[in-house]
Write a protein that binds this ligand. Structure first.
Ligand code: 26Q
Length: 824
């Protein structure tokens, strides 16, 4: 009977205008006569939001009705960026909106730019989660994301006198993409103590009592698929004081301030994203975030499972939970606790359910980045969980002892508990033991974890528990949305936009590598993207760059292992070379713009020093009359998803130059190549597979191999550490004070000269500079360059996150997509 009232959503320009104007005038209570771009954005977003809600509701109904397995992706980070453009493209109504807004007097690009990025992530791991959500919805998988609704996302970066300054990112002023579900709440317990007793019927009861309760409130974000009616759900938890905790009675007993303090303490849990993208040891609040989010998500998942009225043994057929790194490892312990303590299931039966449910994705081999939590901290915060961790460890070690009775050291090596001072819990070991599959994120990385940090576990479980799923990116955002003209040109040659759903279709582009007109258009689009980036650089930094120069880009979080220092030392080397050139030689050189961007963790001194050096080198080089357009050095502040959408399509060369064996995968390397940029890179992470796909002749590779890194490091300490002479000249220039007070950069220099050069900057410097020279030569032949660019794009089909998600579905989750009948 209600059907006739059910909304269908707009389908045309006129309806879009009607809905947008209605929202501006009524929902926002604004007059059309003083409607600015902000209001136009709000109205447009609300109109598209309505459009999504209808499919969202239907999707959730359909998935409930189908009663099959769902995927739950647990991630502390979802680096979503902006939602409006994506929503428009996914429902296929961007053109209607563009025309509609045009008639109202707005340029759609300006309206789109009003939106604040959803920056709930640090970098690669968070953006991967966002690409996965896009693919899961686009492929019609029944999937939910679970995360935290931080009030403050990753900080905004400003540069003052060359130094990074962090500004809080309060982003929730107006967020039309989230729906508070005040009726979906879960109480989460902390602290307290464990009571073991025998009840009246003689049963052993273990119960976790007292402590403090914090309430989790759900906020839902719709995730539309591209060209499908599927709209999945991202559920983010927000913390607030529980009704019982925030005691109104206290108002009368003069404890008002205490009550307010309690409330604020509870809200602190979801207040801020930790800005470290490596481990941050010992922060109690971070552990609280992890448990709060794991407990809320699991109770929500179980509530949904219980509605199906199935027996517990069916749980792994209904639920697959993927752990994005070790951050959600406590979910393993929490599920075991629920099954054993609350549901009364016997330990082994419960443990079988647990291990069949979870899969764990590892994103790092760097030992210092592996999560460890102190035993006393867990004891204090989660006393029952600590007991369960000890029991899991006990049964595991017993099993290991039976299998390897002669290898006594093995037990200490694989124990979840590290016998340090204080003792710590090794979260990665717990995640491996509690999951049925463990995967790395690129071939080399997956091989490395099997032979280094997790090799004992391969002996124990056999090799099949460990697998590789090479990362991917969504071509919807990273090609179609970020580079609409290139997407359109490709579609014109391929006959349709089908490649956005099946990226392997790009291979047909190889038929056009010799097509003159096509190549010309290809080059024109790159040039237009460079003009757009040059405009951004001018307005963000005041530096004017020539779009005809070679744009050399390195944008990513600042880390010693990613070696931005190698890049800037190379820039100084180039600067010194230019200074020594004759006028004739200078004429032959290809002008270049070296572009850097990326945030440093606020407490990471070395990373901040690298940013400082880049800016100081820029000050000198950019104002040197001898140099002119031949070299510019730019640091773009506040690199984030929407900046990436401008920067990536504009690069000629991008740098992926980590010390071999340190970058698990990298994903921006894929984004750059998909946008027709070439790559200078080491044989690391996904660079290796990119090279295999697009061909060695299309990549500028350099540097030592990962299998040689250990020996080289050893030699630095125990052999005779020879510093590359050209690099020494760079250091001399820094020491001379050419780039300001040399003391400011001494830590960077002495890391290489005096502290063993752990990241092998000196070892790779010569090969890096030579390869940069080769790039100069190659760039001079534009025709050849464009051919390489087209061929590379044509061969990038493998790196779509659609392929990646299908591999997870197949080899880890054992689930098929839910077919959707499109309505007429
Ligand atoms: C852990 C504990 C306490 C505080 C912070 C953290 C923390 C937070 C974020 C640890 C790690 C991260 C993020 C890691 C990350 O982004 N890794 C990247 O993941 C990408 C996707 O797989 C890979 O492509 C990159 O190679 C990898 O560096």
């Amino acid at each position: 009977a209600w059907k006739k009232y059910s909304a269908t959503g707009f389908k045309s320009k006129d309806d879009f205008q009607k809905e947008t104007v209605r929202h501006i005038e009524t929902t926002l209570a604004r007059s059309l006569f003083n409607c600015d771009e902000k209001a136009a954005y709000s109205g447009t977003a609300l109109a598209f939001r309505d459009r999504l809600i209808i499919d969202w509701n239907k999707t959730q109904q359909r998935q409930t009705f189908a009663d099959q397995k769902r995927i739950y992706y647990l991630s502390l980070e979802f680096l979503m960026g902006r939602a409006l453009d994506n929503a428009m493209l996914n429902v296929g109504l961007k053109t209607a909106a563009k025309e509609g807004l045009g008639e109202l007097g707005f340029r759609i690009e300006d309206v789109i730019q009003q939106e604040h990025d959803a920056a709930l992530g640090n970098g690669g791991l968070g953006r991967l989660a966002a690409c996965f959500l896009d693919s899961l919805a686009s492929l019609n998988y029944a999937a939910w994301g679970y995360g935290l609704r931080y009030r403050y996302g990753i900080f905004k970066q400003e540069i003052e006198n060359g130094y990074q300054v962090e500004i809080p990112d309060y982003w929730l002023d107006f967020n039309p993409w989230e729906f508070p579900r005040n009726d979906v709440t879960i109480d989460v317990q902390f602290y307290g103590w464990v009571n073991k007793y025998t009840d009246d019927e003689g049963k052993q009861i273990t119960s976790w009592q007292d402590g403090e309760i914090v309430t989790a409130v759900a906020y839902d974000v719709p995730i539309p698929g591209y060209g499908t009616a599927t709209v999945n759900n991202l559920r983010l938890w927000s913390s607030k004081a529980s009704a019982g905790e925030f005691d109104f009675a206290k108002f009368n007993s003069g404890e008002y301030e205490n009550a307010v303090a309690d409330e604020q303490r509870a809200e602190t849990i979801s207040a801020v994203l930790y800005p470290n993208d490596n481990m941050d040891r010992g922060k109690e609040l971070r552990l609280k975030q992890q448990y709060f989010w794991c407990a809320a998500s699991l109770h929500d998942i179980i509530r949904r499972f219980k509605k199906s009225k199935r027996p517990w043994k069916d749980f792994p057929e209904q639920v697959a939970i993927q752990l994005n790194d070790t951050h959600p490892t406590l979910a393993i312990v929490e599920l075991q606790r629920i099954l054993v303590d609350l549901e009364g299931i016997e330990w082994n039966a419960a443990w079988e359910i647990v291990t069949k449910t979870f899969g764990y994705t590892n994103h790092t081999v760097l030992p210092e980045a592996l999560e460890k939590w102190s035993v006393p901290l867990i004891q204090h915060l989660l006393p029952r969980h600590l007991q369960i961790i000890y029991d899991i460890n006990l049964y595991f070690l017993q099993q290991v002892e039976r299998r390897f009775p002669k290898d006594r050291d093995m037990l200490g090596r694989v124990s979840i508990i590290e016998e340090s001072q204080p003792k710590t819990v090794r979260m990665a070991y717990l995640a491996i033991i509690g999951s049925h599959k463990v995967n790395g994120v690129a071939e080399l990385h997956s091989d490395l974890i099997k032979t280094t940090i997790f090799k004992d576990f391969v002996k124990i479980y056999g090799p099949d528990k460990f697998t590789n799923v090479t990362n991917g990116i969504t071509p919807r955002r990273w090609l179609h949305q970020a580079n609409p003209r290139l997407s359109e040109l490709i579609a014109s040659k391929l006959g349709s936009y089908e490649f956005l759903k099946d990226l392997t279709l790009l291979n047909k582009l190889e038929n056009f590598v010799d097509d003159k007109d096509f190549k010309k258009e290809w080059a024109e689009i790159k040039y237009a993207n460079k003009v757009r980036l040059a405009q951004h650089i001018l307005s963000a930094t005041g530096i004017s760059v020539n779009p005809k120069a070679l744009f050399d880009v390195q944008v990513k979080r600042i880390h010693e292992y990613k070696r931005q220092q190698l890049n800037i030392f190379g820039v100084i080397h180039r600067y010194l070379a230019i200074k020594n050139m004759s006028a004739e030689e200078r004429k032959k050189l290809a002008p270049r713009v070296s572009i850097f961007g990326g945030k440093a963790a606020p407490g990471y001194w070395m990373a901040k020093t690298i940013i400082h050096l880049v800016n100081k080198v820029g000050d000198v080089v950019n104002n040197d009359k001898d140099v002119g357009d031949l070299l510019k050095v730019v640091f773009i502040p506040d690199y984030n998803v929407s900046k990436a959408e401008i920067i990536i399509p504009a690069s000629d060369i991008s740098e992926h130059i980590s010390t071999a064996g340190t970058e698990a995968s990298g994903t921006s390397n894929m984004k750059f190549v998909l946008n027709g940029g070439l790559v200078i890179g080491t044989l690391d992470g996904a660079n290796i597979e990119i090279t295999r796909e697009i061909g060695e002749q299309n990549v500028f590779l350099f540097g030592n191999l990962s299998e040689d890194v250990e020996d080289l490091r050893h030699n630095h300490f125990y052999g005779n550490h020879q510093i590359d002479p050209e690099l020494n000249k760079v250091f001399d220039e820094i020491k001379k004070g050419t780039f300001g007070d040399e003391g400011a950069f001494s830590s960077l220099v002495s890391a290489i000269l005096d502290h063993g050069d752990y990241y092998l900057v000196s070892d790779d410097f010569n090969s890096y500079c030579k390869t940069q020279d080769l790039i100069d030569e190659t760039y001079k032949n534009q025709d050849e360059w464009v051919s390489k660019s087209i061929t590379s794009v044509a061969r990038m089909g493998f790196f779509t996150s659609d392929r990646c998600i299908n591999e997870y579905a197949d080899s880890i989750w054992n689930i098929e997509p839910l077919q959707v009948k499109e309505e007429a």
